[in-house]
Design a protein around this ligand. Structure first.
Ligand SMILES: [Zn+2]
Length: 752
């Protein structure tokens, strides 16, 4: 991708100045191309203010670390009923040992026993024939020094169990049992029933009595990105499904069972533990703050792109969610080596470039890579192509483990995860859609990547001053539901000098989804509501630039020339007037017929954005759903407005500046040897649809960061290229260039 700035730079760096300069004239003359390229180039800051990284953290005591913290790679061949007849256990164990997996998942299950279980209704697989398949696998793994997770599935069981225990089933409103959509012989078990209190503990205790396993895991429960809807006798007494009160009851039950299973795991060994299936990124089913408090292992069942969530960054987004709540405990993201998606082939390899990118994102975002294939037909799989992908990736990370072990992110922007809003808020009246908040999340994520900002997620239940103090700014992308207490924490943050950007219905609902008369953050943001949400019928509203053509436009209006207005958003909350608004609303009007496509009212005093400054704190509120409107349209004016605003909000302070072309995602971690800067190359026609089919390398990226006082750099090594690069330090600022990025590069900085 060529833009004017990089073009000029390239020209100045090479000896071929004259022909390049001549080329520039023709490029500039080609107005269309220049304009198309300009948006992304201009939203990035050419010269941000570098602020020093915080003092380095003290060396943790490795001896006191629990065993799971040392796990770096995880392997799973997900076992099928047929595997006892066809799987070559030695070949299976040799593979995972050779690729340096520290831990393997082996199926106990609950749907089908892989050992001669005596627990009633724990049905033996039809190819088991009394064999201890699980025990043989455990022995083969242990012989090679690998840890073992006993994998259970508490979500489904068979007709004989249903007949004996009708109370175990999830029920529809008409009282009939809910069954698996794919195999109706299996019924869905209700998590509020004694199935979870009696049946699952019996299996765990049986496994503990027979085998040496390191911990227990439950697959298929709790639900990932939604809440269950069951009308059994127990659930009928709970609050209605989908309500905040139901979510609380659901959370209480999840964590009651989690603790119970954890205690059973520890009955044999105190360093054993239980963990449940997790994921769903910002829309996790169980409360993420509570998972963070109880889990020592976050199993991100986030195996690949789906048609609902087709963006390439789906895995690193999950990693940021994990970092928000785990305080350094283990997160592993499962990468499906098989074909995920709306048409699934669970026993065929997916594109190697796509699988690798998902693994790259796992490592870059601080999670443990975990590779997963289903079924072992024909010894060790009919399709063996995935094995080379996993082997090369795992062995590569094993050579550089020290740099992948993260201590903390050095980001200076916090994006608030409004988990309750994600799960429970239905969207504004004009757009009732489950996708509404997903589109909001994606728009904000994309804008932050385009601007190359260093950011973390921050959970809505973790807004205490201690956690927020590292952030120069907080971003609230339509976090509609906020309690009075949470609003108070944000108010304190702003009073202490923090900056905030918020949009649309942020703080218009309390934690119980009760609508407020006025924004909960009205005083903080300097806004007052003047009516209910207005949607679009035809043309969406515009934002009129007040005082266009000003010699020194406000920083958030930089880059808008030759226009008096820019797009607004699809939906907005009307606001009461403020003094000296920068952008005012031109209400939407007819789109068709064009004869009527003009504004009946061309100027109003209704603000489209409200800015405030007090001391070091700055706040910006957009009355429209700008992130989502950007995601749905890709309009560069909206991207520019968001990025200009974030730069103004943070006073353009950065902890790291990565300059160069292309769409990349960047992470910067403090590590034991020093720092690790991860660059993921998403510049690919399949960034938002389908899978990566090849890699489109990027050219030079220059990196600048200001080291803490007294810290000196020993070396900078590129882990993917496996070579060192030259670096300079001047006035404490480290400066180096990554000459090329294929799919991924990690600059590992060792310090003295
Ligand atoms: Zn139920």
């Amino acid at each position: 991708m060529l833009n004017r700035r990089s073009f000029l730079k390239t020209g100045l760096k090479t000896s071929a100045v004259i022909p390049l300069a001549a080329g520039l004239t023709s490029l500039e003359a080609s107005g269309e191309n220049a304009a198309a390229d300009a948006v992304v180039a201009e939203v990035r800051s050419p010269a941000p203010k570098l602020i020093a990284l915080p003092p380095r953290t003290a060396e943790p005591d490795a001896a006191s670390e629990p065993w799971q913290q040392k796990v770096r790679r995880v392997g799973q061949s997900n076992m099928t009923e047929h595997d006892p007849a066809v799987m070559n256990i030695e070949e299976w164990a040799d593979y995972w040992h050779r690729v340096e997996a520290d831990l393997v998942f082996i199926s106990v299950t609950g749907i089908l026993a892989f050992y001669p279980s005596k627990v009633q209704f724990h049905r033996h697989g039809k190819y088991l024939n009394g064999r201890d398949f699980f025990g043989e696998c455990v022995a083969a793994a242990k012989k090679r020094g690998m840890r073992v997770v006993a994998r259970m599935s508490p979500d489904l069981n068979w007709g004989d169990a249903l007949e004996a225990h009708p109370e175990w089933a999830m029920r529809y409103k008409d009282g009939s049992a809910q069954h698996s959509g794919e195999d109706p012989r299996l019924f869905k078990t209700c998590m509020f029933s004694t199935y979870m209190d009696d049946f699952m503990p019996a299996i765990m205790r049986e496994v503990n009595s027979l085998y040496d396993v390191d911990c227990f895991y439950a697959n298929g429960w709790p639900p990932l990105g939604s809440l269950p809807e069951c009308h059994c006798a127990i659930c009928s007494r709970l609050p209605p499904p989908g309500t905040p009160a139901y979510w609380e009851a659901f959370n209480d039950r999840v964590f009651e069972l989690w603790q119970k299973y954890n205690a059973i795991a520890k009955e044999k060994k105190s360093d054993s533990f239980f963990f449940a299936n997790s994921g769903g990124n910002v829309r996790s089913g169980p409360n993420l703050d509570r998972i963070g408090k109880i889990a020592v292992w976050f199993q991100a069942d986030n195996q690949g792109r789906t048609c609902d969530e087709p963006s390439v960054w789906g895995c690193s987004l999950q990693g940021r969610v994990c970092n928000a709540v785990l305080d350094g405990k283990v997160a592993a993201n499962v990468t499906a080596a098989y074909s995920t998606g709306v048409i699934g082939w669970r026993n065929a390899s997916k594109n190697a470039d796509e699988a690798r990118m998902w693994l790259n994102e796992t490592s870059a975002s601080g999670m443990r890579p975990y590779f997963h294939f289903v079924g072992s037909e024909n010894g060790f799989c009919e399709d063996r192509r995935w094995q080379k992908v996993g082997e090369e990736y795992f062995q590569w990370t094993a050579r550089h483990d020290a740099h992948f072990k993260t201590r903390r992110s050095v980001a200076n922007i916090g994006v608030v995860i409004g988990q309750s809003t994600q799960l429970l808020y239905p969207g504004p009246a004009a757009v009732r859609s489950r996708a509404y908040m997903h589109e909001t999340t994606e728009g904000m994520y994309d804008a932050l990547l385009q601007g190359r900002f260093a950011f973390d997620y921050v959970h809505e239940d973790r807004l205490d001053a201690e956690r927020l103090k590292k952030y120069r700014a907080l971003i609230l992308p339509n976090v509609a539901m906020l309690s009075d207490g949470q609003c108070g924490q944000i108010r304190n943050y702003v009073n202490a000098g923090g900056s905030v950007m918020a949009s649309f219905e942020t703080s218009l609902y309390d934690e119980n989804l009760n609508r407020r008369e006025e924004f909960g953050l009205a005083d903080v943001l300097g806004i007052s509501k003047d009516g209910d949400a207005v949607g679009t019928n035809g043309n969406a509203y515009y934002a009129r630039i007040e005082n266009p053509g000003a010699k020194r436009p406000h920083p958030i209006l930089q880059g808008y020339t030759d226009t008096n207005w820019i797009p607004g958003a699809q939906n907005r909350i009307p606001l009461k007037p403020v003094s000296e608004p920068l952008l005012t609303v031109v209400p939407g009007f007819v789109r068709y017929p064009p004869e009527l496509a003009y504004p009946p009212v061309s100027r109003t005093s209704e603000p489209a954005i409200v800015l405030r400054e007090a001391g070091g704190s700055r706040t910006a509120y957009f009355s429209g759903d700008i992130e989502r409107s950007y995601w749905l349209t890709g309009h560069g004016d909206l991207l520019r407005l968001m990025n200009n605003t974030i730069r103004w909000l943070t006073n353009d302070e950065r902890v790291i500046h990565v300059d160069g072309d292309g769409l990349i995602e960047m992470f910067c971690w403090e590590t034991a040897p020093g720092y690790a800067v991860h660059l993921l190359n998403y510049t690919n026609p399949n960034a938002h649809q389908g899978w990566m089919r090849s890699v489109y390398p990027l050219g030079a990226q220059t990196i600048r960061m200001q080291l803490p006082a007294g810290v000196r750099v020993k070396s900078v090594e590129l882990l993917r290229a496996e070579q060192s690069v030259n670096f300079e330090t001047e006035g404490g600022v480290l400066h180096f260039t990554v000459p090329r990025i294929g799919d991924y590069e990690v600059a590992a900085i060792k310090v003295l």
